[in-house]
Each structure stands twice: as structure tokens, then as C-alpha cells.
Design a protein around this ligand. Structure first.
Ligand code: GSH
Length: 207
């Protein structure tokens, strides 16, 4: 049994869609980011970077922060969505790290400057819009050569990218320029486990 500390955000949804896809037993705790619960001392002991998500393995007592580290742990525990070794595993990890290092931060900044910044900042908006289009272009070219981001089948690389690339409307990204991404979003988004995981962060109980 796992306890996942999440919020209704792309990094939170990465974990709930993975838990649903992998068929693992879990409960959720919602961390209210607007109320500052990510700074509460008890939470910071689990997440020294003051951010969700966190995963707690209730049996072993192990806790983990950083969403992509959590995805690797869950996939290895379930024996699914990440090859056990070799070049196929390296390929998934390569795309997974791109999500963590580039896609998440750039799309996250674009969302913040569009929806949360206290005043308009055209320079920042231009920079993060350009970076976001660049990343959609990288994934478009990848999906033109491969049915899924990490290889032929669904992997945690897809689960990491899905909630982020699905925010295209909030980011004002027109998918007409990215038909392979649009097709992949439709295919992944039709999966019942992904649909359940996308909704679960809204229904979670408070910490
Ligand atoms: N690299 C981290 C990023 C986590 C992250 O940015 N979480 C956001 C929500 S999506 C958060 O907790 N923000 C609260 C804050 O910055 O105060 C990961 O992938 O887990």
C-alpha cells in the first residue's frame, strides 16, 4: 500500500495515472499548495524541496520525492511500463529525464506567467512560449517515428509527459501544428486508467 501526497497539478497527476495504470494499491493525500501546506514541517521532512509529489511506501516506510524517481520506483515495483534493463530501459529513462529537466520546468513557467504572475511580463511570456513550442516540436518528431514516447508500447515516459502536454489549451498551444502529439494525446487519453488517474487528484482527501 502506498500513500501519495499530490495536488491537482500535472506533477500530481503523473503519479495518480501511473498508480492506476500499474494497478497498485494506494491512498491519496491532497496537499493544498495555495494554503502553503507544502511548507509545513511534517511535509518538508518528506519533501525537502517543498514540492509535491511524495510517495510513501507504508510497508517499508521508504519515502520518495521527485515525480520521475517515483515513476521509476512504481514501474519497477509493478514490473510494467519500464524495461528491467538494457538499451530499452535507457531509452525510456532518456525521455523521462527530458520531461523532468525541460518539459516540466518550461511548460510550468509558461503556465505561471500566463495565469499566476502578478503583472504581465512580455519577455518571459515570449521566452517560455518559444521553449514550449520547441518541446512540442521535439515530441512531435519523436512520435512521428515511434508510437509512444519511450518506444512502441506505453511506458512511464508517456505517463510523465501526458498531464503536461494535455495542458495545451491553458498554454494557448494550437495542436494543429503537432498532429502526432494530438493523436498520441487522444490514444493515451482514451485509456480508462489514465482517465481515472487524471480525475483522482480532484477527489483526494486533505493531508
Ligand atoms: N521536479 C519536481 C517538480 C515538482 C513541482 O514543481 N511540484 C509543484 C506542483 S506541480 C509544487 O509542489 N509547487 C509548490 C511550490 O512550488 O510551492 C517533480 O517532478 O516532482
Amino acid at each position: 500500500m502506498y500513500t501519495a501526497y499530490v495536488a491537482d497539478t500535472p506533477n500530481g497527476k503523473k503519479i495518480t495515472i501511473a498508480l492506476e495504470e500499474l494497478g497498485l494499491d494506494y491512498q491519496l493525500r491532497l496537499v493544498d499548495l495555495d494554503a502553503g501546506e507544502q511548507h509545513a514541517p511534517a511535509f518538508v521532512r518528506l519533501s525537502p524541496n517543498h514540492k509535491i509529489p511524495v510517495l510513501l511506501d507504508e510497508r517499508s516506510g521508504q519515502s520518495l520525492f521527485e515525480s520521475c524517481a517515483i515513476l521509476v520506483h512504481l514501474a519497477d515495483a509493478a514490473g510494467k511500463a519500464l524495461p528491467a534493463q538494457g538499451p530499452a530501459r535507457d531509452l525510456v529513462l532518456q525521455w523521462l529525464f527530458l520531461q523532468a529537466a525541460s518539459a516540466g520546468p518550461m511548460l510550468g513557467q509558461l503556465w505561471w506567467f500566463r495565469h499566476a504572475a502578478p503583472e504581465p511580463n512580455p519577455v518571459a511570456l515570449e521566452r517560455y512560449t518559444r521553449e514550449t513550442h520547441r518541446i512540442y516540436g521535439v515530441i512531435e518528431r519523436r512520435l512521428a517515428e515511434s508510437r509512444h514516447i519511450g518506444g512502441d508500447g506505453l511506458t512511464i515516459a508517456d505517463l510523465a509527459f501526458y498531464p503536461w502536454l494535455a495542458t495545451h489549451e491553458e498554454l494557448d498551444i494550437d495542436l494543429d501544428a503537432y498532429p502526432a502529439v494530438a493523436d498520441w494525446l487522444r490514444r493515451v487519453g482514451e485509456r480508462p486508467a489514465v482517465q481515472r488517474g487524471m480525475l483522482r487528484t480532484r477527489e483526494a482527501a486533505h493531508v
